[in-house]
Design a protein around this ligand. Structure first.
Ligand code: SF4
Length: 452
């Protein structure tokens, strides 16, 4: 028994971490499809054979290898990797070599359970003797998803920039879809168009990523926005605007959230989901914030070497954050004159909102730091309703719900919690229909800017 435990710990330390990607097939799980395609394109540009795995078809396998107490995204991703490997083994037969793959599963620091997914999945993979040598490539929010160890030092810095840019561009493509689909001239055109556009942009990242030719990537994006705009029927009147917040995986994974955006659109909404770049910016901002806190402590205790260390971290994360803002602004400045797409919230602004309202704190951490002020910001901007999308039992989203519900009642803005666990709840559509009725009423009374 002791030997078995030691073996488990050895596997967790030896087979989960940052591994060189050269000559490996890098398996990217599909959370947000567009983001995954673009990120894979960016990796390929740096010579990594990156593959975006199919998703959700392996859910039965995921459920078979989990107990039901894990978070739903853990079940989905466990199923995705197991099914992918099963198919690879069938395809390649005796040529299947687990050493050729690195499965990408990042993590975040506590207090929630995302930090345990890759450990849990390691244990599952180790239960198949032939998969023991397959590595899990992990990045952590502890250092704001630095890619140290995966590339050469120089390439790491360069890839981080291109990878972030791909995240922002993918956010814009998502926003384009949500902006166009409710008003499309011909049903189904927006979906077809965005699928095609995602591949075009993934190719652009593959071609221009390593040379950091951001302008050419933006030219391609601008062309897509112009074409997307032609799909809109200007005769369709403006619809109520609904904002989405919640747990990042569920709110962006179309199958896992049973395509909640399309369902809201079916009942008359135009929807804006919180972005992925927001989470990346949050992790960078939070590391800088922590470094500032430790600087204050070290100054009080006059610990010179630690003061230096904190200053270095503040500078480094501060530069990363400025760079991220610069690139994000560059993208939105290019696309906003072409089409009125929703912009992202700045994280320091979210922090200020929480500080002012005194209803939660960045000291506690988790996605609630973004969801709670994100909802208040939607209300401030005149949205007609907000939906919180999350896995059943998700801790940060449950916190968000408990804090924000009474506030939304007071503000008289429609609000809906939608937890998902893979089962189909018969009352789901009725709840969304009722919510949309309230959003319509809000829209009639206040318009979309809280002004009409
Ligand atoms: S955010 Fe929610 S779903 Fe994700 S790991 Fe934490 S508790 Fe689980």
């Amino acid at each position: 028994m002791e030997a078995e435990t030691q073996q488990t710990f050895r596997s967790l330390s030896e087979n989960v971490g940052a591994f060189r990607l050269r000559d490996k097939t890098f398996l990217i799980p599909q959370m947000n499809r567009i983001g995954g395609l673009l990120l894979a394109g960016a990796f390929r540009s740096f010579g990594v054979n990156a593959v975006l795995m199919d998703t959700y078809e392996g859910l039965d396998l995921g459920k078979a290898f989990t107990s039901g107490k894990e978070c739903f995204p853990c079940q989905v991703t466990t199923g995705d990797i197991l099914l992918f490997l099963k198919k690879e083994k069938e395809r390649l037969g005796k040529d299947f070599d687990p050493d050729r793959y690195i499965y990408f599963m990042p993590e975040a620091e506590g207090p929630c359970r995302f930090g345990m997914y890759n450990k849990y999945q390691r244990i599952v993979l180790d239960s198949f003797p032939e998969l023991e040598s397959l590595k899990i490539g992990s990045l952590t929010s502890k250092n704001s998803y630095a890619l140290d160890g995966m590339f050469d030092e120089e390439q790491t810095r360069e890839f981080r920039k291109v990878g972030y840019f791909s995240v922002v561009v993918a956010d814009v493509l998502d926003r384009l879809l949500w902006r166009v689909r409710p008003y499309e001239k011909q049903k189904g055109r927006a979906d077809e168009f965005i699928e095609r556009a995602s591949h075009t942009m993934a190719d652009a990242f593959e071609r221009c990523g390593s040379s950091k030719d951001f302008e050419r990537i933006l030219d391609q994006l601008a062309e897509i926005i112009r074409e997307g705009k032609t799909l809109i029927n200007p005769a369709i009147p403006q619809k109520p605007l609904v904002g989405i917040v919640g747990e990042i995986y569920l709110r962006t994974h179309v199958q896992a959230n049973q395509d909640v955006i399309r369902l809201l659109e079916k009942h008359g909404a135009e929807v804006v989901n919180a972005s992925i770049a927001e989470w990346v910016n949050y992790t960078t901002y939070d590391r800088m914030r922590e470094a500032k806190i430790s600087l204050r402590l070290n100054l009080k205790q006059l610990r010179v070497s630690r003061i230096r260390d904190s200053l270095k971290k503040i500078l480094s994360y501060g530069m990363d954050l400025s760079y991220q803002h610069y690139r994000q602004d560059q993208v939105y400045k290019r696309v906003k004159p072409l089409l009125d797409l929703a912009e992202d919230h700045r994280i320091h602004h979210m922090d200020e909102i929480l500080g002012k309202e005194k209803i939660y704190s960045f000291d506690v951490g988790t996605e609630a730091c973004l969801s709670i002020p994100g909802i208040l910001e939607y209300v401030h901007q005149g949205y007609n309703g907000v939906v919180n999308v999350y896995p059943f039992t998700c801790m940060p989203s449950t916190i968000t719900s408990s804090i924000i519900r009474p506030i939304m009642n007071q503000k008289k803005v429609p609000y809906l919690d939608t937890p998902y666990d893979g089962s189909f709840q018969p009352g789901r559509e009725a709840a969304i229909r009722t919510f949309m009725y309230q959003a319509q009423q809000h829209f009639k009374r206040h318009g979309r800017n809280g002004s009409s």
